[in-house]
Design a protein around this ligand. Structure first.
Ligand code: ATP
Ligand code: MG
Length: 452
Protein backbone atom coordinates (compact mmCIF):
# COMPACT_ATOMS: atom_id res chain seq x y z
CA UNK A 1 0.00 0.00 0.00
CA UNK A 2 1.36 3.46 -0.92
CA UNK A 3 0.21 6.84 0.35
CA UNK A 4 0.87 10.33 -1.03
CA UNK A 5 2.67 12.45 1.58
CA UNK A 6 1.19 15.57 0.02
CA UNK A 7 -2.54 14.81 -0.22
CA UNK A 8 -2.90 11.42 1.47
CA UNK A 9 -4.22 9.59 -1.63
CA UNK A 10 -3.78 5.81 -1.60
CA UNK A 11 -2.43 3.58 -4.32
CA UNK A 12 -1.92 -0.17 -4.39
CA UNK A 13 1.32 0.07 -6.33
CA UNK A 14 4.07 2.65 -6.40
CA UNK A 15 3.60 5.41 -8.96
CA UNK A 16 5.98 8.27 -9.71
CA UNK A 17 3.20 10.82 -9.78
CA UNK A 18 0.26 11.03 -7.39
CA UNK A 19 -2.95 10.33 -9.34
CA UNK A 20 -4.87 12.81 -7.14
CA UNK A 21 -2.70 15.90 -6.55
CA UNK A 22 -0.35 15.28 -9.52
CA UNK A 23 2.81 15.93 -7.49
CA UNK A 24 5.93 13.91 -8.28
CA UNK A 25 7.83 11.54 -5.95
CA UNK A 26 5.37 11.85 -3.10
CA UNK A 27 4.18 8.23 -2.86
CA UNK A 28 5.59 6.44 0.17
CA UNK A 29 5.02 3.00 1.52
CA UNK A 30 2.42 2.93 4.28
CA UNK A 31 0.55 0.30 6.22
CA UNK A 32 -2.93 -0.50 4.94
CA UNK A 33 -5.77 0.93 6.95
CA UNK A 34 -7.61 -1.59 9.03
CA UNK A 35 -10.81 -2.96 7.53
CA UNK A 36 -12.66 -3.63 10.80
CA UNK A 37 -16.43 -3.17 10.79
CA UNK A 38 -17.16 0.49 11.55
CA UNK A 39 -19.95 -0.04 14.11
CA UNK A 40 -17.75 -1.72 16.69
CA UNK A 41 -14.98 0.90 16.71
CA UNK A 42 -16.61 3.81 18.57
CA UNK A 43 -18.69 4.00 21.71
CA UNK A 44 -20.16 7.19 23.17
CA UNK A 45 -19.02 8.37 26.60
CA UNK A 46 -19.50 11.60 28.59
CA UNK A 47 -16.49 13.95 28.18
CA UNK A 48 -14.36 14.82 31.25
CA UNK A 49 -15.13 18.55 30.94
CA UNK A 50 -18.62 19.66 29.90
CA UNK A 51 -19.01 22.45 27.29
CA UNK A 52 -18.33 26.00 28.59
CA UNK A 53 -19.29 29.55 27.55
CA UNK A 54 -16.96 32.53 27.04
CA UNK A 55 -17.81 33.90 30.48
CA UNK A 56 -16.34 30.84 32.21
CA UNK A 57 -13.52 32.42 34.22
CA UNK A 58 -11.53 29.21 34.59
CA UNK A 59 -10.55 29.40 30.94
CA UNK A 60 -10.11 33.16 30.65
CA UNK A 61 -6.38 33.33 31.50
CA UNK A 62 -4.49 35.70 29.22
CA UNK A 63 -1.62 34.22 27.21
CA UNK A 64 1.60 34.76 29.09
CA UNK A 65 4.35 35.31 26.58
CA UNK A 66 7.73 33.80 27.32
CA UNK A 67 10.31 35.90 25.50
CA UNK A 68 13.49 33.95 24.78
CA UNK A 69 15.54 37.14 24.76
CA UNK A 70 16.75 36.31 21.23
CA UNK A 71 15.03 39.26 19.62
CA UNK A 72 14.89 37.86 16.11
CA UNK A 73 13.42 34.58 17.32
CA UNK A 74 10.79 36.35 19.40
CA UNK A 75 9.84 38.43 16.36
CA UNK A 76 9.41 35.28 14.25
CA UNK A 77 7.09 33.61 16.74
CA UNK A 78 5.12 36.79 17.46
CA UNK A 79 6.60 38.42 20.59
CA UNK A 80 7.63 35.28 22.44
CA UNK A 81 6.54 31.72 23.09
CA UNK A 82 3.48 30.60 25.01
CA UNK A 83 3.53 27.92 27.74
CA UNK A 84 2.72 24.57 26.15
CA UNK A 85 3.31 25.82 22.61
CA UNK A 86 4.21 23.21 20.01
CA UNK A 87 6.56 24.34 17.27
CA UNK A 88 7.65 22.53 14.12
CA UNK A 89 10.93 23.78 12.72
CA UNK A 90 12.34 22.73 9.37
CA UNK A 91 15.19 23.70 7.10
CA UNK A 92 17.84 22.37 4.75
CA UNK A 93 20.51 20.01 6.11
CA UNK A 94 23.24 21.87 7.98
CA UNK A 95 21.42 25.20 7.93
CA UNK A 96 21.63 25.53 11.73
CA UNK A 97 18.42 24.05 13.16
CA UNK A 98 20.20 22.30 16.01
CA UNK A 99 22.29 25.41 16.72
CA UNK A 100 19.19 27.61 16.90
CA UNK A 101 17.36 25.11 19.10
CA UNK A 102 20.32 24.90 21.48
CA UNK A 103 20.46 28.68 21.77
CA UNK A 104 16.70 28.95 22.33
CA UNK A 105 16.89 26.12 24.91
CA UNK A 106 19.68 27.92 26.75
CA UNK A 107 17.72 31.17 26.91
CA UNK A 108 14.58 29.38 28.11
CA UNK A 109 16.60 27.50 30.72
CA UNK A 110 18.36 30.60 31.96
CA UNK A 111 14.92 31.92 32.91
CA UNK A 112 14.84 29.08 35.48
CA UNK A 113 12.76 26.62 33.44
CA UNK A 114 13.65 22.97 33.21
CA UNK A 115 14.37 22.15 29.56
CA UNK A 116 15.15 18.83 27.91
CA UNK A 117 17.02 18.56 24.63
CA UNK A 118 16.45 15.12 23.11
CA UNK A 119 19.04 14.43 20.48
CA UNK A 120 17.97 11.60 18.21
CA UNK A 121 20.54 12.37 15.53
CA UNK A 122 23.74 13.12 17.34
CA UNK A 123 25.51 11.37 20.19
CA UNK A 124 25.68 13.00 23.61
CA UNK A 125 29.34 13.71 23.01
CA UNK A 126 28.64 15.61 19.79
CA UNK A 127 25.82 17.63 21.29
CA UNK A 128 27.79 18.55 24.41
CA UNK A 129 30.74 19.61 22.26
CA UNK A 130 28.46 21.90 20.28
CA UNK A 131 26.86 23.22 23.45
CA UNK A 132 30.34 24.05 24.80
CA UNK A 133 31.24 25.84 21.57
CA UNK A 134 28.07 27.90 21.94
CA UNK A 135 29.05 28.68 25.56
CA UNK A 136 25.96 27.05 27.01
CA UNK A 137 26.12 26.89 30.78
CA UNK A 138 22.59 26.53 32.14
CA UNK A 139 22.20 23.96 34.85
CA UNK A 140 18.52 23.46 34.09
CA UNK A 141 19.11 22.46 30.48
CA UNK A 142 19.35 18.68 30.22
CA UNK A 143 20.55 16.62 27.29
CA UNK A 144 19.53 13.12 26.41
CA UNK A 145 20.35 10.98 23.39
CA UNK A 146 17.46 8.65 22.64
CA UNK A 147 15.41 7.33 19.75
CA UNK A 148 12.57 5.42 21.35
CA UNK A 149 9.19 7.11 21.44
CA UNK A 150 8.33 5.40 24.74
CA UNK A 151 11.40 6.89 26.41
CA UNK A 152 10.50 10.30 25.00
CA UNK A 153 6.93 9.95 26.33
CA UNK A 154 8.31 9.07 29.75
CA UNK A 155 10.38 12.26 29.70
CA UNK A 156 7.29 14.30 28.85
CA UNK A 157 5.00 12.80 31.48
CA UNK A 158 7.43 12.34 34.38
CA UNK A 159 10.16 14.91 33.82
CA UNK A 160 8.23 18.13 34.68
CA UNK A 161 9.96 20.00 31.87
CA UNK A 162 8.84 23.43 30.69
CA UNK A 163 9.95 22.78 27.12
CA UNK A 164 11.20 19.71 25.30
CA UNK A 165 13.17 19.80 22.07
CA UNK A 166 13.20 16.78 19.80
CA UNK A 167 15.97 16.85 17.20
CA UNK A 168 14.70 15.37 14.94
CA UNK A 169 11.22 13.86 14.88
CA UNK A 170 12.12 11.67 11.87
CA UNK A 171 14.75 9.86 13.94
CA UNK A 172 12.35 8.87 16.71
CA UNK A 173 11.20 5.28 16.23
CA UNK A 174 8.30 3.22 17.43
CA UNK A 175 8.86 -0.34 18.55
CA UNK A 176 5.96 -1.37 16.30
CA UNK A 177 7.46 -3.34 13.46
CA UNK A 178 4.82 -2.32 10.91
CA UNK A 179 5.47 1.40 11.23
CA UNK A 180 9.07 1.52 10.15
CA UNK A 181 11.13 4.52 11.15
CA UNK A 182 10.76 7.33 8.66
CA UNK A 183 7.53 5.81 7.31
CA UNK A 184 4.70 8.29 7.20
CA UNK A 185 2.19 6.44 9.34
CA UNK A 186 4.79 5.89 12.02
CA UNK A 187 5.84 9.52 11.91
CA UNK A 188 2.26 10.75 12.17
CA UNK A 189 1.62 8.45 15.10
CA UNK A 190 4.79 9.52 16.90
CA UNK A 191 4.07 13.22 16.39
CA UNK A 192 0.48 12.78 17.52
CA UNK A 193 1.47 10.87 20.67
CA UNK A 194 4.15 13.29 21.69
CA UNK A 195 2.21 16.51 21.00
CA UNK A 196 -0.86 15.12 22.82
CA UNK A 197 1.25 14.15 25.83
CA UNK A 198 2.80 17.63 25.89
CA UNK A 199 -0.60 19.31 25.59
CA UNK A 200 -1.85 17.36 28.62
CA UNK A 201 1.16 18.43 30.72
CA UNK A 202 1.20 21.99 29.31
CA UNK A 203 4.78 21.31 28.28
CA UNK A 204 6.04 23.19 25.22
CA UNK A 205 7.63 21.19 22.45
CA UNK A 206 9.92 21.92 19.51
CA UNK A 207 9.97 19.30 16.78
CA UNK A 208 12.92 19.63 14.41
CA UNK A 209 11.80 18.23 11.07
CA UNK A 210 13.67 17.25 7.91
CA UNK A 211 12.66 18.83 4.64
CA UNK A 212 12.31 17.21 1.25
CA UNK A 213 14.38 18.00 -1.82
CA UNK A 214 11.69 20.46 -2.90
CA UNK A 215 11.85 22.26 0.46
CA UNK A 216 8.58 21.03 2.00
CA UNK A 217 8.41 19.31 5.37
CA UNK A 218 9.28 15.63 5.02
CA UNK A 219 6.32 13.63 6.22
CA UNK A 220 2.58 13.96 6.14
CA UNK A 221 1.03 17.42 5.89
CA UNK A 222 -0.91 16.54 9.04
CA UNK A 223 2.26 17.17 11.02
CA UNK A 224 1.77 20.87 10.31
CA UNK A 225 -1.82 20.72 11.53
CA UNK A 226 -0.81 19.09 14.80
CA UNK A 227 1.38 21.96 15.99
CA UNK A 228 0.70 25.58 16.95
CA UNK A 229 3.56 27.13 15.03
CA UNK A 230 5.48 26.18 11.89
CA UNK A 231 8.87 27.79 11.34
CA UNK A 232 11.10 27.38 8.33
CA UNK A 233 14.79 28.13 8.36
CA UNK A 234 16.09 29.40 5.05
CA UNK A 235 19.42 30.71 3.84
CA UNK A 236 19.63 34.27 2.59
CA UNK A 237 21.80 35.65 -0.13
CA UNK A 238 25.07 35.26 1.69
CA UNK A 239 26.35 32.03 3.13
CA UNK A 240 26.42 33.20 6.71
CA UNK A 241 22.90 34.64 6.72
CA UNK A 242 19.76 32.74 7.65
CA UNK A 243 16.13 33.80 7.53
CA UNK A 244 13.60 32.27 9.92
CA UNK A 245 10.07 32.44 8.54
CA UNK A 246 6.83 31.64 10.25
CA UNK A 247 4.27 29.82 8.08
CA UNK A 248 1.66 29.10 10.70
CA UNK A 249 1.10 30.58 14.12
CA UNK A 250 -1.89 30.04 16.38
CA UNK A 251 -0.64 32.80 18.70
CA UNK A 252 0.44 35.58 16.36
CA UNK A 253 1.08 36.88 12.89
CA UNK A 254 2.64 34.61 10.28
CA UNK A 255 4.39 37.25 8.26
CA UNK A 256 7.21 38.00 10.66
CA UNK A 257 10.74 37.03 9.74
CA UNK A 258 13.94 36.92 11.75
CA UNK A 259 17.35 37.40 10.17
CA UNK A 260 20.41 35.74 11.66
CA UNK A 261 24.08 35.52 11.02
CA UNK A 262 25.95 32.25 11.60
CA UNK A 263 29.34 32.40 13.24
CA UNK A 264 31.51 30.18 15.41
CA UNK A 265 29.60 31.32 18.48
CA UNK A 266 26.29 30.34 16.95
CA UNK A 267 23.51 32.36 15.43
CA UNK A 268 23.14 36.00 16.27
CA UNK A 269 20.30 38.24 15.18
CA UNK A 270 21.09 40.81 12.50
CA UNK A 271 20.37 44.05 14.37
CA UNK A 272 19.63 46.22 11.39
CA UNK A 273 18.13 44.19 8.54
CA UNK A 274 17.72 47.29 6.38
CA UNK A 275 21.46 47.91 6.44
CA UNK A 276 22.02 44.24 5.60
CA UNK A 277 19.76 44.42 2.55
CA UNK A 278 21.15 47.68 1.22
CA UNK A 279 24.76 47.67 2.44
CA UNK A 280 26.45 47.03 -0.90
CA UNK A 281 24.47 49.54 -2.90
CA UNK A 282 26.40 51.75 -5.28
CA UNK A 283 24.94 55.27 -5.02
CA UNK A 284 24.08 57.16 -8.17
CA UNK A 285 23.93 54.12 -10.40
CA UNK A 286 21.05 53.98 -12.85
CA UNK A 287 18.47 51.25 -12.38
CA UNK A 288 18.80 51.05 -8.58
CA UNK A 289 15.99 52.19 -6.29
CA UNK A 290 15.50 51.67 -2.57
CA UNK A 291 12.08 50.72 -1.26
CA UNK A 292 10.63 49.77 2.11
CA UNK A 293 8.66 46.54 2.15
CA UNK A 294 6.63 45.24 5.03
CA UNK A 295 7.36 41.80 6.43
CA UNK A 296 4.59 41.37 8.97
CA UNK A 297 4.62 44.54 11.01
CA UNK A 298 8.26 45.39 10.40
CA UNK A 299 9.38 47.54 7.50
CA UNK A 300 12.65 46.71 5.80
CA UNK A 301 14.58 48.59 3.21
CA UNK A 302 15.52 46.58 0.16
CA UNK A 303 17.21 47.47 -3.07
CA UNK A 304 15.39 46.95 -6.37
CA UNK A 305 17.59 46.84 -9.45
CA UNK A 306 16.55 46.80 -13.07
CA UNK A 307 18.52 46.41 -16.24
CA UNK A 308 16.94 47.32 -19.58
CA UNK A 309 18.87 46.24 -22.66
CA UNK A 310 17.99 46.04 -26.39
CA UNK A 311 16.59 42.70 -27.48
CA UNK A 312 17.37 40.87 -30.70
CA UNK A 313 14.73 38.22 -30.10
CA UNK A 314 11.18 38.26 -31.44
CA UNK A 315 9.94 37.91 -27.86
CA UNK A 316 12.16 39.95 -25.52
CA UNK A 317 13.23 38.34 -22.28
CA UNK A 318 11.87 39.34 -18.88
CA UNK A 319 13.80 37.79 -16.00
CA UNK A 320 12.81 38.53 -12.42
CA UNK A 321 14.45 37.38 -9.21
CA UNK A 322 12.74 37.98 -5.87
CA UNK A 323 9.61 39.45 -7.45
CA UNK A 324 6.74 38.06 -9.47
CA UNK A 325 7.41 38.23 -13.23
CA UNK A 326 3.74 38.91 -13.99
CA UNK A 327 3.84 42.05 -11.87
CA UNK A 328 6.92 43.32 -13.70
CA UNK A 329 5.31 42.60 -17.09
CA UNK A 330 2.24 44.62 -16.07
CA UNK A 331 4.41 47.56 -14.99
CA UNK A 332 6.36 47.39 -18.27
CA UNK A 333 3.09 47.35 -20.24
CA UNK A 334 1.74 50.37 -18.32
CA UNK A 335 5.01 52.28 -18.85
CA UNK A 336 4.83 51.57 -22.59
CA UNK A 337 1.16 52.42 -23.05
CA UNK A 338 0.84 55.40 -20.73
CA UNK A 339 4.27 56.98 -20.80
CA UNK A 340 5.44 55.95 -24.24
CA UNK A 341 8.56 54.19 -22.98
CA UNK A 342 9.34 51.61 -25.66
CA UNK A 343 9.98 48.49 -23.65
CA UNK A 344 8.52 45.94 -26.06
CA UNK A 345 11.83 45.83 -27.92
CA UNK A 346 13.89 45.61 -24.72
CA UNK A 347 14.93 42.83 -22.41
CA UNK A 348 14.11 43.59 -18.79
CA UNK A 349 15.91 42.08 -15.81
CA UNK A 350 14.68 42.91 -12.31
CA UNK A 351 16.28 41.73 -9.10
CA UNK A 352 15.56 42.21 -5.41
CA UNK A 353 18.71 42.03 -3.32
CA UNK A 354 19.20 40.16 -0.08
CA UNK A 355 17.64 36.81 -0.99
CA UNK A 356 14.13 37.84 -0.03
CA UNK A 357 11.02 37.75 -2.15
CA UNK A 358 8.87 40.85 -2.28
CA UNK A 359 5.20 40.12 -2.85
CA UNK A 360 3.73 43.43 -1.86
CA UNK A 361 2.04 45.79 -4.36
CA UNK A 362 4.09 48.59 -2.74
CA UNK A 363 7.07 47.41 -4.79
CA UNK A 364 5.36 48.52 -8.06
CA UNK A 365 6.53 52.12 -7.94
CA UNK A 366 10.20 51.33 -7.17
CA UNK A 367 10.21 48.66 -9.88
CA UNK A 368 8.80 51.18 -12.38
CA UNK A 369 11.31 53.81 -11.23
CA UNK A 370 14.24 51.39 -11.58
CA UNK A 371 13.11 50.30 -15.07
CA UNK A 372 12.75 53.93 -16.21
CA UNK A 373 16.06 54.84 -14.56
CA UNK A 374 17.88 52.04 -16.39
CA UNK A 375 16.07 52.82 -19.66
CA UNK A 376 17.06 56.48 -19.46
CA UNK A 377 20.49 55.81 -17.94
CA UNK A 378 19.61 58.39 -15.27
CA UNK A 379 20.12 57.50 -11.61
CA UNK A 380 17.63 58.55 -8.97
CA UNK A 381 19.46 60.77 -6.41
CA UNK A 382 20.86 58.57 -3.63
CA UNK A 383 18.72 60.20 -0.93
CA UNK A 384 15.51 58.94 -2.59
CA UNK A 385 13.38 55.95 -1.71
CA UNK A 386 9.97 55.03 -3.14
CA UNK A 387 6.90 52.91 -2.49
CA UNK A 388 3.44 52.72 -4.05
CA UNK A 389 1.13 50.54 -6.09
CA UNK A 390 0.59 51.16 -9.80
CA UNK A 391 -2.78 50.78 -11.49
CA UNK A 392 -3.30 49.80 -15.11
CA UNK A 393 -4.21 53.37 -16.05
CA UNK A 394 -0.85 54.64 -14.80
CA UNK A 395 -2.15 55.96 -11.48
CA UNK A 396 -0.14 55.54 -8.28
CA UNK A 397 -2.18 54.20 -5.37
CA UNK A 398 -1.65 54.31 -1.65
CA UNK A 399 -0.31 51.31 0.31
CA UNK A 400 -0.65 49.97 3.85
CA UNK A 401 1.30 51.41 6.77
CA UNK A 402 3.28 54.23 5.09
CA UNK A 403 4.42 55.51 8.50
CA UNK A 404 6.45 52.36 9.29
CA UNK A 405 8.14 52.53 5.89
CA UNK A 406 9.04 56.20 6.26
CA UNK A 407 10.37 55.66 9.78
CA UNK A 408 12.69 52.92 8.52
CA UNK A 409 13.84 55.03 5.56
CA UNK A 410 14.44 58.08 7.74
CA UNK A 411 16.48 56.09 10.25
CA UNK A 412 18.69 54.86 7.40
CA UNK A 413 19.21 58.42 6.15
CA UNK A 414 16.88 58.55 3.15
CA UNK A 415 15.44 62.05 3.27
CA UNK A 416 13.50 62.19 0.00
CA UNK A 417 10.45 59.99 -0.19
CA UNK A 418 8.44 59.32 -3.34
CA UNK A 419 5.08 58.65 -1.77
CA UNK A 420 1.64 57.98 -3.28
CA UNK A 421 -0.43 61.18 -3.13
CA UNK A 422 -3.20 59.40 -1.20
CA UNK A 423 -0.77 58.31 1.55
CA UNK A 424 0.45 61.85 2.13
CA UNK A 425 -2.38 62.84 4.48
CA UNK A 426 -1.51 59.95 6.85
CA UNK A 427 2.09 60.97 7.30
CA UNK A 428 2.60 64.65 6.61
CA UNK A 429 2.43 65.56 10.30
CA UNK A 430 4.99 62.93 11.28
CA UNK A 431 7.73 64.42 13.41
CA UNK A 432 10.97 63.33 14.93
CA UNK A 433 12.67 61.84 11.88
CA UNK A 434 14.86 64.75 10.92
CA UNK A 435 14.29 66.52 7.66
CA UNK A 436 12.12 64.47 5.38
CA UNK A 437 10.97 65.81 2.04
CA UNK A 438 7.87 64.19 0.72
CA UNK A 439 7.48 64.02 -3.06
CA UNK A 440 3.87 63.02 -3.67
CA UNK A 441 3.14 61.11 -6.88
CA UNK A 442 -0.29 60.40 -8.26
CA UNK A 443 0.73 59.47 -11.82
CA UNK A 444 3.69 57.54 -13.21
CA UNK A 445 4.56 60.63 -15.23
CA UNK A 446 5.85 62.28 -12.07
CA UNK A 447 8.58 59.63 -11.73
CA UNK A 448 9.82 60.39 -15.21
CA UNK A 449 9.95 64.07 -14.28
CA UNK A 450 12.20 63.30 -11.31
CA UNK A 451 14.54 61.36 -13.55
CA UNK A 452 14.84 63.97 -16.27
N1 ATP B 1 33.10 25.90 14.37
C1 ATP B 1 32.17 26.46 13.62
N2 ATP B 1 32.27 27.74 13.25
C2 ATP B 1 31.33 28.35 12.51
N3 ATP B 1 30.25 27.74 12.07
C3 ATP B 1 30.06 26.47 12.40
C4 ATP B 1 31.01 25.75 13.17
N4 ATP B 1 30.56 24.50 13.33
C5 ATP B 1 29.40 24.44 12.67
N5 ATP B 1 29.09 25.61 12.09
C6 ATP B 1 27.92 25.94 11.31
O1 ATP B 1 26.82 25.27 11.83
C7 ATP B 1 26.13 24.61 10.77
C8 ATP B 1 25.56 23.31 11.28
O2 ATP B 1 24.58 23.67 12.15
P1 ATP B 1 23.54 22.61 12.72
O3 ATP B 1 24.21 21.32 13.00
O4 ATP B 1 22.85 23.33 13.79
O5 ATP B 1 22.60 22.43 11.46
P2 ATP B 1 21.34 21.50 11.36
O6 ATP B 1 20.35 22.25 10.54
O7 ATP B 1 20.94 21.03 12.69
O8 ATP B 1 21.93 20.31 10.52
P3 ATP B 1 21.37 18.82 10.36
O9 ATP B 1 20.34 18.88 9.29
O10 ATP B 1 22.56 18.05 9.96
O11 ATP B 1 20.84 18.42 11.70
C9 ATP B 1 27.17 24.35 9.72
O12 ATP B 1 26.59 24.34 8.45
C10 ATP B 1 28.10 25.49 9.88
O13 ATP B 1 27.69 26.55 9.03
MG1 MG C 1 20.83 19.10 13.51
Amino acid sequence: MYKCINCGANSLRWVGRCPECRSFNTMEEAEAESAQPKVARFKKKPPEIPPVTVSDVRYANPLNRIPTGIKEFDVSVGSGLVAGQSVLIGGDPGIGKSTLMLQVAERLASGGRKILYISAEESLNQIILRAKRLKIKSETLFFQALNDINEALYAVSDGEYGFIIIDSIQRITTPRSDAAYGGINGLREIAHEITSACLKKNCGIFLVCHVTKEGGFAGPKTLEHMVDTVLYFDSGKRDSHRILRCYKNRFGSTDEIGIYEMSENGLSGVKNPSAYFTSERQPDSSGSVITACLEGTRAMLVEVQALVVPSYMPVPKRVCLGIDGGRVSIIAAVLEKKEGIKLSSKEIYVKIFGGITVQEPAADLPVAASIVSSYMEKPLPSSFMAFGEIGLTGEVRGVANPAARIKEAASAGFGDILIPQSNLKDVKDMKGFGNINFHPVSKLKKIIEYLT
